[in-house]
Structures are given as C-alpha cells and as structure tokens.
Design a protein around this ligand. Structure first.
Ligand code: SF4
Length: 674
C-alpha cells in the first residue's frame, strides 16, 4: 500500500510541489503535483531524485561528540546536556555576544523562527544570520532601498505572457529549471529574450540578444541602457513623475554613460547595448530576472539598485506583467530572511533597534531582548579569526565549502572554543565540530517553505525522523536546558510567528493547505499578494539611486591575468552534499572543471580535458580544462559543487560594505598547464 504525501522540493528557490510515495515506512519515489501552482506537473532532474538522499546510508543518525580529535557516538541526553553546558559556560565567561547562531535556508520557516528566537531569547544575542548573506542579502538591502521591499515584485504565472524578459546574472535553465521552463513558454508565445551574461548559457542560445559583458561591469552596462532610453525619449515620463523620486540625481550620473563610452569597460559593442535597451523599454510587458551574477559582488547592493533604476525608468514595475524577479537560490532562503534569521530584524523585517517592536517581542516571549544589532555571518567569521568569537551553533549549512576563501573559513572555525553543527550528512563543516547533532531532512518534518515568488507552501512529514528528532525539537530541547522553554509544534510556531508579524497575520497551516499564500498576507482573511507595489511602492515613491561603476575588488593584472567567475549547474546543488549521493546526477557530472576560451587555451598550449592548475591569491586547485567558445576571452568559469576539488579555495571574501556579501563572481586568477 503506497501513501502519497504532498510536500515541497528541498532544492532551489523555485519551490516546486511534489508527492513523496511512501511504502512500509520508506520513500520509494517522487511524483510531480499537477495542481501545485508552481510546478504545474513538472519537475527538474533534481526534483525527480529528491527522495534519494533522504534514506542514504551516509545519513547521520546518532549524536557525535569529539574526544581527542575522534567522534564518538553519544545518547541524545548526553549530547544535548553537553551542548547546553558549554553554551552556558561560554556565555558566562565572555558574554552572550561571544556566541553566534547560523541558521539554515534548507530548514523550514518554523525552524528558522525558533532558531532566531533561541539566539535572542535563550542566548541573549542578535548574532543570528544564514546563507542569504552569501547569496541574496544584496537583494534585501537593494530592493528595500529602491522599492521598500526586498523580494520579487511579481509572480511566476505572469512570465509566459511577457513580451520581453531581460535575464541578467542568472542561468534559469540550470539553476532554476522550472522557471526556465516558464521562460521557454514565453518564447513559444512570442516573447523576446535578452540575456546579459559573460557566458553563452543555454538561455542565451534561444535569446534574441546576448550581451556578453565582463564580470563586474553590470552598472556601466545598465547605466548605458538607461542613458540610451532617456536620450531616445523612451522613458516612462508619467511614471517617473508620479511614482518615483531622485530621477534628476540619477540623470546627472547616467548622462555620461553613453553606450559608446562603456564599450571598453564592458567589452560590449554600443550598438548591441542600444538594441537591448530599446527592446526592453518599448516592449509593453517587460520584466527583469536576476540572480547571483548580480548580487555576489562587492557592489551587489548597487547592482540590485541599478536594476531597480532600469525598471523604474521604463515604468516596468508596479503593475501586472512587469517587475523584477530576484531568483532566490535555496529552497527557503526567502523564508529564512522573512523569519528574521538576520542580525538586525525579527520576523517580517521588524527592526531589533525599534523599541516598540522589541517590547512586543519581549512581552510575547516573557524575556528581556538585546537592543544592539548582531553581527553578519561575514563579520562573525572575521571576529572568529581575530579570536573575539568563541562559539558557533550552525544548522544545515556547510560554510567550509560554500563561503568564499575556504582557508579563511577554516581558520575561523579552528579558532572557536566550541562548535556545534546540526546536519544530515558529515559535511566538511561538520567534521570540524565539537558536537554533531543529527538533523532531519525535509521529508521527516512538518512546516512551511517560502519560495522566490513570496509563496508560503506546506512541507509535510512523509517518514519519521531518522535520528528520532526534528531540527525544531532539537533547538527546543537545548533551549529548555538553558532555562528557556519554547513551543516546538510547527503549526503552533507558525501561529506564534503570524501573531507577531503584521505582514504574515493571515498565514496559518490551515490556510496554506491548497496552494499556499503569497505575502504580504496582512489579515486573517486576506487572499495574499501576487503583485506588490501596485499603484504605490511600499516605501511611497520608488527611489532612483545614482550609481557609478566600481571595479571588482580584484581586477586582472600581469600576475593574475584572468577574471574567474563561478556558478551552478543543472545536475548539482550547492556543495553537493545531497546531489553527489544521487548516482544518476553524479554520473552526469562527476567532478570539477574549468571553462576557458579556445584562444586562451591555444595561447597557453592547453588541450581539451588537459589538467590545469587554477591559482588565485588565496589558493589553488587542479581541474580539467573545458575549452569552449561559450566563454569570453580573458574569463574563466568554474562550478562550486565539488567538495573534493573545492572552487571556493580560490574565490575572494572581499565583501559589499552594505550587505556584506562576498565577491564570488569576479576575482583575478591565472592558469598553468600541469
Ligand atoms: Fe526542485 Fe528547483 Fe527543480 Fe523545482 S526547479 S524541482 S524546486 S530543484
């Protein structure tokens, strides 16, 4: 007898719904849900295999305590007592801000809410953050400044009916395949596609215009598009006058960025920039889709605001069939941000520094809360290297493999007095822990994820937790040992969250049963909000940001003559912890490689699949060369999924000063034949 459990995909931020088929307590397959409003009966290759890592023999099922450098199994009580005792000791010795919590975009909203409550109410620190810091913190800060809300403005369902989709720094066919399928539907319906990407990605093959600019030159490119649009009188003058502010300040900067003047910086002919600008501006229903190619720069926040500038100049935002789509990376990175797993805000982006907001949470949680903003993940790592951070509690993240500059992260973790890692597999970060607590996968818990179109969707338990506890239960048991009890039942946590969060007031498990709800949901009977900023931006008037080009922190020079960029592939996901345990996915792409242009390969005498050493100022690794004209001369590209050949030993941890995101997408590198 097969039990069919409807749940949400644990991989990317698209948020496809599917059924897990369960027989005799084991998951035996995945079936797409035709009624799910995101997937509409489709899944990508990762989704079809999403059940396989759940019951993999490598799963951690027992708590492990390290003694003399060796992990030994322990009972739950022993491990939890030990963790609670060490947290108490470190807090007593150094104060609460010597501890930090890194929560997880792979976990549910309810677990993220519990984890941020645990940090603030039980530990007494606002040092709580998660991987959005390294992927879309620039979106939160940038779109918030421009529009007043740091999330997607419109919905997936509008995509197939767009006339023009401008895709910049995003690879939807590989990184967000079911959104890539919606883009394909738009093409079939006659939409024009503009792809701006240093590589000829799959979307570029079917695009009307492909702009192959150098990594780190998005602002001059977009400024030049705005320059042409305004010079040709293609801008939306009524929209600019009635709904925005700061246009004159924008123009004072942008007037100097003619398409001709940015040719040398961007490596793109002026005529192509003009064609793209005209197509985007004059199409009736135009939107912009972007992702980490925009955000993961030292100018990530500026890049995002530059995109908002372009959308507002043309009036392609704040109405149906328009907008800005930041494609979120992880399944619940939107939700982790929304739940306040950030150092400066509670759930719903309510500032920790606002005394009235703080009083509300203090009253509800019956505890005094810290008033000072906490540290970002970037700053936590720096403090750990300097010796000022003593303890991390990390849940469901592999910083050693996913953060830029691996060696610096290793130094940071080695400097801690105590590291707790809650994980489902023995990740590189878990190996460095003092205690490993075995977590539960998405298939073993109830809760919600929020996808990139701001949609809360249900996650449902298909099998019992392999290690006996969900992540929420583990957090609550540690909290209880610290003297602060929390409710762990997911539906009750959801109710607590919505009662404290005005923009999620109408969210409850019961209301999410059918097809979820898109936030804001400000009242119990509110139907949700597929399009935000209709008629008026959340901040009132949309704000133009006058932005000048700033080059990446590292630019090519005589010693390191290439620009190295990194990204995702269809068959793998992040550090590969789950996908490398799926034989069909591993077979398609078993190991790392470096892409380079044929001209660069010829100059250096490098042959097809020949091993090359890639070096940056931070590290080096050896990988086979993939020689392809899909990449621009002078640029190298590597995926970051392979923990045995970790690309992030090369990347640069230089960060955006506003949102503290690292610059994964551009650093100086060189290659040598091995
Ligand atoms: Fe899962 Fe993303 Fe693939 Fe959908 S597109 S099945 S959410 S990995």
């Amino acid at each position: 007898m097969i039990k069919r459990v409807l749940t949400t995909c644990p991989y990317c931020g698209v948020g496809c719904g599917f059924y897990l088929d369960v027989r005799d307590g084991r998951i035996v397959g995945v079936i797409p849900s035709r009624s799910n409003s995101v997937a509409k009966g489709h899944l990508c290759v990762k989704g079809w295999h999403a059940h396989e890592p759940v019951q993999h023999p490598d799963r951690l099922t027992k708590p492990l305590i390290k003694k003399n450098g060796v992990f030994k199994e322990a009972s739950w009580d022993t491990a939890l007592d030990y963790v609670a005792r060490r947290l108490k000791e470190i807090k007593a010795k150094y104060g609460p801000d010597a501890l930090a919590v890194c929560t997880s975009a792979r976990c549910t909203n309810e677990e993220n809410f519990l984890m941020m409550k645990f940090a603030r109410a039980a530990l007494g620190t606002n040092n709580v953050d998660h991987c959005a810091r390294t992927c879309h913190s620039a979106t939160v800060s940038g779109l918030n400044q421009s529009f007043g809300s740091g999330a997607s403005t419109n919905s997936y369902d509008e995509l197939p009916r767009m006339d023009c989709i401008l895709i910049i720094g995003s690879n939807p066919t590989e990184a967000h395949p079911i959104v890539g399928w919606r883009v394909r539907s738009a093409i079939d319906n006659g939409a024009k596609i503009i792809v701006c990407d240093p590589r000829r990605i799959l979307s570029a093959e079917s695009a009307d215009i492909h702009i192959q600019h150098y990594p780190g030159t998005d602002i001059p490119l977009i400024n030049a598009m705005i320059n042409f649009i305004v010079s040709e009188n293609l801008h939306a003058q009524d929209f600019i006058r009635e709904r925005t502010e700061g246009f004159d300040e924008l123009w004072r900067i942008v007037k100097d960025y003619t398409p001709e003047s940015v040719q040398a910086i961007t490596g793109v002919e002026a005529a192509l920039i003009k064609r793209a600008a005209k197509l985007y501006a004059t199409s009736k229903q135009s939107c912009i889709m972007y992702s980490l190619g925009i955000t993961e720069h030292t100018v990530g926040t500026d890049n995002v605001m530059s995109i908002a500038n372009l959308a507002m100049v043309t009036g392609h935002v704040g109405r149906e069939f328009s907008g800005v789509y930041p494609m979120r990376g992880q399944n619940n990175v939107q939700g982790a941000c929304d739940m306040g797993a950030l150092p400066d805000v509670y759930s719903g982006y309510q500032p920790v520094t606002d005394a009235a907001v703080r009083r509300k949470f203090e009253k509800a949680w019956a505890v005094s809360l810290p008033s000072k903003k906490g540290l970002t993940l970037t700053d936590m790592m720096t403090k750990a290297v300097e010796g000022d951070m003593k303890c991390f509690y990390i849940i469901g993240e592999d910083q050693v493999r996913t953060d830029p500059d691996t060696h610096m992260i290793e130094r940071a973790l080695a400097n801690l007095e105590f590291l707790v890692v809650q994980e489902i597999f023995l990740s590189e970060t878990a190996k460095k822990a003092d205690v490993i607590l075995p977590g539960a996968s998405y298939a073993e818990k109830d809760g919600t994820f929020t996808c990139a179109e701001r949609r809360f969707q249900r996650v449902r338990r298909a099998i019992e937790p392999l290690a006996g506890k969900t992540d929420g239960e583990i957090i609550c048991e540690i909290s209880k040992r610290l003297g602060y009890e929390m409710e762990s039942a997911p539906s009750k946590v959801c109710d607590e969250m919505s009662a404290l969060t005005p923009m999620f007031t109408g969210v409850s498990f019961q209301r999410l049963e059918a097809n979820g709800l898109q936030w804001p949901v400000p009242a119990k009977n509110h139907p949700g909000t597929p399009i935000v900023h209709l008629g008026k931006f959340k901040r009132g008037r949309g704000k133009f940001a006058p932005l000048n080009h700033k080059p990446p922190a590292e630019v090519p020079d005589h010693e390191y003559p290439f620009i190295l960029s990194t990204g995702r592939m269809l068959f793998h996901y992040n550090s590969g912890t789950m996908t490398k345990r799926v034989p069909d996915l591993l077979r398609e792409c078993p190991s790392n490689f470096v892409q380079l242009n044929p001209a660069d390969a010829k100059e250096r005498g490098i042959g097809k699949r020949q091993n090359v050493r890639v070096k940056t100022r931070r590290g080096e690794l050896v990988a086979p060369a993939e020689i392809t004209d899909k990449i621009k001369k002078g640029v190298l590209w590597m995926p970051f999924h392979f923990s045995d050949e970790p690309t992030n030993v090369l990347t640069n941890s230089a960060f955006d000063p506003v949102c503290k995101i690292g610059e994964y997408k551009a650093c100086a590198a060189r290659i040598e034949k091995v």
